[in-house]
Design a protein around this ligand. Sequence first.
Ligand code: FAD
Length: 452
Amino acid sequence: MKSSHSTEIALVGAGLCGSLLAIFLARRGFEVKVFEKRPDMRRIKQSGGRSINLALSHRGIRALEKVQIADHILQNAIPMYGRLLHDLGGDLTFVPYGKNRSEYINSISRAGLNMELMNIAESYEQVEFFFGQECEKIDFETGRLYFKESGKTELSVVDAQVIIGTDGAGSVIRQAMLDLDGYQGSTQFLEHGYKELTIPASETGSFVIEENGLHIWPRGSFMLIALPNPDGSFTCTLFLANQGAEGFEGLQHPNQISDFFQKYFPDAYRLMPDLVTEFLQNPVGLLGTVKCAPWSADNRALVLGDAAHAIVPFYGQGMNASFEDCLVLDQCIEAYGKDWGKVFSHFEALRKENTDAIAALAIENFYEMRDGVADETFLKVRRLEHLLENQYPDYHSKYSLVTFHPDITYAQARQRGNLQNEILLEVCRQIDAIEEVNLEILYQKLKEKIGF
Ligand code: FAD
């Protein structure tokens, strides 16, 4: 064995969370080495990464603002002002995300964002990235990490004072913690998987459907969504049961795939010339929720981001929550300095109930997007909330609390949002048109029950 490096802080995983965390830590003056199993994506184009584009919203943006890179990052994002629901006949309904066009989410390229975060992190002289380094083993007591380098048989060794696992949903750092006494963890998979497909740009490079929205084709037990890319294309994601004749298992042949799309997504089908080839080529991704506790070991190691709490993507919050982790960890370091035991325990105390809450919200939103958004009562609730949000500045819908109000924690947003929804659903089930509702009385009732 050879000891190749020693460092103050070793980050394992240079994904979205690891790269942003390197920036936060560098600004506090720490020496940081980041070890990534894949090659450097800025030099070698990679395929098969998870999700081509992502929705970046206020919680993520707030973390980027803290390190003064939000404006720079957002230059490459496309605003999405609401959901565009496609019915079977191809008719569209627009459901705004916020109370007006100042509240929107941003479609951004995952690879572009990751590369930019790496570039910014590397501009700090105390940050160094090492690629093609897959962490295989870890000794929490000594702070020793063992890496398999691509092309080499001998493991390289890194000695670190502090180890932070930002190595995603399949984290080896989490796995090593789970081998210790008293640690617990689980990964729960949905029965649905996902596959990415494309609606290309027109011949002139323009968007062939509305650019500034998140398109959804809700079809009961499954759905297709599409997010815009700066080159005029849309990345579509089909969320579908893994098993069954109308699941990924049953869609194996070109005619089965074409028939399925013609039947359920006829307007999208006409815009997807490479559908069958892409469908057969692209992998089916798993959708899982990761939980574990505690998040730290020996006052030396911590997991955060997807490594600690991967969630299903239906609230568009996994990366946003991971960026919020970086911000909260930074606040804990500000409060407790290098007393890592305290930093880690306070971080977990602040974050765990919130990441559990967004995990639950994300699963709830899967059912809402899949079958709820096309439902008449749901649409009434959204229209009613839109009126409330515009008339009463202190009223915010559940989606808005989660997405646009980072001062309210995920746990508070879930509790308040679910209570509001119950009250509004009750009202909307009893009316034919929302004009029948006395807004002032409803607002007072909500205020009294929820106490905002
Ligand atoms: P990752 O991005 O997974 O990065 C982990 C890194 O660690 C990778 O680079 C990996 O190569 C590296 N690594 C792994 N193992 C090792 C090892 N042993 N040694 C060294 N390196 C290692 N979130 C949103 O906020 N908005 C969205 O719209 C959104 N959409 C999504 C759509 C889909 C289909 C999916 C699957 C997820 C989506 N997410 C979204 C969630 C988001 O992708 C994750 O929450 C985010 O990537 C977490 O970042 P991370 O850095 O913790 O993990």
